[in-house]
Design a protein around this ligand. Structure first.
Ligand SMILES: NC(=O)c1ccc[n+]([C@@H]2O[C@H](COP(=O)([O-])OP(=O)(O)OC[C@H]3O[C@@H](n4cnc5c(N)ncnc54)[C@H](O)[C@@H]3O)[C@@H](O)[C@H]2O)c1
Length: 300
């Protein structure tokens, strides 16, 4: 199958990422079957996709008349059997649990046609953790999206059993839906951008947790030299400190590295007080007017 032959995409999971990927596909003329476990999740997903398309109209990625045509290309399903019956490619965005992902792909293997390519949008797992469960490991790879409203960068990451044809197909699919694929030569936890980002955050947390400099001075240093409008702590507040803590905690448990454990404890103190970042109006900074956005911040 060539990428031009793709007609129908199955999006599994109608949450944050499923909505974004569905919007991209229909904007680029593809039919989407959207599957979730409950009708209410599908209703919510459809409403959010419509809003997302509105965002893309506002930013001139599509025109208003194309928006309604795009919306009509989505069919919601709460039956996996019906949703997967005649699709060319699957994009999975369900919770970050390798067992659950494996089970769902296993079911899809029995439902989908032979030609169907399977992709996972996992953030922190490796596709090899559940490749065997898919029943078609050679036609399975990770296609990982970031926030599609701000970037077109996606990661294409094979596992050792992914065929060359599948890698090329997934790359072409990403391009077909307007994305810029970063082609990974092999599996690596965190893909490309997220790996760099996590290590940048880790360096900033190490400085703060060891009492080397204040949170504000660490951000001031980064912003002052790079001229970026945000530093590592401002960005962690954006992401949400619960998520930052969870990522650090997973790493600390895996490595048992004393510094990583200290960094995890440093973030946990904020999480325990309910200071989760922008979403709770308090994290490392206070919102909606965090100090680092003050024009005089860099001068101190
Ligand atoms: N949120 C992000 O910024 C982001 C970015 C890149 C990748 N990811 C990855 O995408 C995946 C989904 O993340 P999300 O943020 O969209 O989560 P989410 O919680 O917003 O959505 C997950 C959806 O999956 C549904 N679901 C649960 N079990 C299911 C099943 N058995 N079959 C079908 N649907 C099921 C849920 O009802 C929910 O609607 C995760 O693997 C995550 O790591 C997330």
């Amino acid at each position: 199958m060539k990428v031009d032959d793709i007609k129908k995409v199955l999006i599994v999971g109608a949450g944050t990422m499923g909505q974004q990927i569905a919007a991209l596909c229909v904007m680029h003329g593809l039919q989407v079957n959207l599957y979730d476990i409950k009708k209410e999740f599908l209703d919510n997903g459809m409403e959010k996709i419509n809003k997302l398309l509105g965002y893309f109209v506002k930013h001139r990625f599509i025109t208003e008349d194309k928006r309604s045509a795009a919306c009509k290309r989505i069919t919601p399903y709460d039956s996996l059997e019906k949703a997967g019956a005649d699709v060319d490619i699957v994009s999975e965005s369900i919770p970050e649990d390798p067992k659950l992902k494996g089970q769902v792909f296993g079911k899809l293997n029995a439902i989908c046609p032979e030609r169907t390519i399977f992709t996972t949008n996992t953030s922190t797992l490796l596709p090899s953790m559940f490749a065997a469960d898919t029943g078609r490991p050679e036609r399975f790879a990770a296609l990982h999206f970031h926030d599609t409203r701000v970037t077109t960068i996606v990661d294409v990451m094979p596992h050792p059993g992914t065929s060359k044809e599948t890698i090329a197909f997934v790359r072409d699919f990403a391009i077909r839906i307007g994305q810029t694929p970063i082609m990974m030569e092999r599996e690596s936890m965190g893909y490309v951008f997220n790996f760099m980002l996590v290590n940048w955050h880790e360096a900033a947390l190490t400085l703060a947790a060891n009492g080397v400099a204040s949170i504000e001075d660490i951000d001031r240093s980064w912003m002052g030299v790079t001229r970026m409008p945000i530093g590592p702590f401002g960005m962690m507040d954006d992401i949400g400190l619960q998520t930052v803590w969870k990522i650090n905690d997973n790493m600390a448990r895996a490595t048992k590295d004393p510094q990583q454990i200290r960094n995890t404890e440093f973030v946990k103190k904020y999480v325990d007080q309910g200071f989760l970042g922008v979403k709770t109006k308090k994290g490392f900074y206070e919102y909606p007017n965090p100090k680092y956005k003050n024009p005089d911040f860099i001068r101190g």
